[in-house]
Write a protein that binds this ligand. Structure first.
Ligand code: NDP
Length: 283
């Protein structure tokens, strides 16, 4: 991957070219705060070099690594085992050395559920998720494992939406259904948690809004947005104005970092230090 492509990957995740990798800034802030003599490095690896990179990380004594698009699925063939949710999702974003073996985990959905638990227990809840891409997949699997009763996937493309819905129904203890998002969505009144897992609202699309009827959003619903940049999206603003409890996209990003640091170092890092570091990056 050349430098231009790498910047494009960061842009896809955060919406704008960012000089420093926000995840690196956040995790190194935790290492400094906890006096850990560790480094978290951002390293470009092209698709053809992935196997060598994974082997190289082991012989160089890495305790683990995060990987992102385009490696989340392909990395699996070079690992020694998978955690439960990474196996269900078929995607890995965090690799951990355990007894000399590389074990693949997926911390995106777990990070989301940690944020959600700060406001409500997912057990027994009815959940609506907009989106059916990688973020929606990670969140829906983890929310189902945490005991949600039903998940409705609302997505523009039917193919992706139905594939995710089938995965949930076949492999998880949850009832999932799919709604094709071709017109303004009406939120069912018994919804407990509403999640945006699309890229709608990501910088520079600051005026973008999810196409749902705002009148059907009520104050008893918890609303979550995955968009980290800007954290204060129109969905976050609209939900606050309706009196809903709200989780912004930094919550998920911070908590997946907290889980990664715990996996690698054994320490429970202070999330507030990590969030402050991210807020500085995003201005
Ligand atoms: P994907 O490309 O895998 O999926 C994008 C999803 O957004 C698809 O469901 C797509 O629908 C939908 N979508 C995009 N544009 C539109 C639109 N204009 N109208 C309707 N639907 C649309 O991306 P990811 O799932 O990997 O990432 C999604 C977002 O999540 C990104 O913005 C990323 O920044 C954020 N994210 C945040 C994390 C965090 O820690 N806060 C972690 C991971 C991701 P369709 O299938 O029809 O194309």
């Amino acid at each position: 991957m050349n430098e231009l492509n790498f910047k494009q990957e960061l842009t896809a995740a955060f919406g704008q070219p960012i000089a420093e990798n926000p995840t690196q800034v956040m995790i190194e802030a935790a290492y400094r705060y906890h006096n850990l003599d560790w480094r978290y490095l951002t390293i470009e690896v092209g698709p053809n070099d992935l196997e060598d990179a994974v082997r190289g990380a082991k012989v160089m004594g890495f305790q683990g690594f995060n990987c992102t698009i385009p490696h989340k699925v392909n990395v699996i063939q070079y690992l020694d085992g998978l955690g439960e949710s990474a196996s269900l999702m078929g995607a890995v974003n965090c690799v951990v050395r355990r007894d000399g073996k590389w074990i693949g985990e997926n911390t995106d959905g777990k990070g989301f559920v940690s944020s959600l638990r700060e406001l409500t227990d997912p057990k027994g809840k009815k959940v609506i998720i907009f989106g059916a891409g990688g973020a929606a997949r990670a969140i829906s699997v983890e929310v189902a494992l945490a005991g949600a009763t039903s998940i409705t996937i609302v997505n523009r493309s039917s193919e992706r939406g139905e594939e995710l819905t089938n995965l949930l129904n076949e492999k998880l203890p949850v009832t999932a259904d799919f709604v094709s998002w071709t017109s303004t969505f009406t939120i069912p009144p018994d919804t407990d948690v509403l999640i945006n897992a699309t890229s709608i609202g990501l910088y520079p699309d600051l005026n973008a809004r999810l196409d749902f009827d705002l009148e059907t959003l009520t104050s008893n619903m918890v609303v979550a947005d995955v968009i980290p940049n800007p954290p204060c999206t129109n969905l976050v603003k609209d939900a606050r104005s309706k009196g809903c409890k709200v989780i912004d996209g930094l919550g998920m990003l911070v908590n997946q970092g907290v889980i990664g640091v715990k996996h690698w170092t054994g320490i429970d890092p202070d999330p507030s230090i990590m969030r402050s570091a991210l807020e500085e990056v995003f201005g």
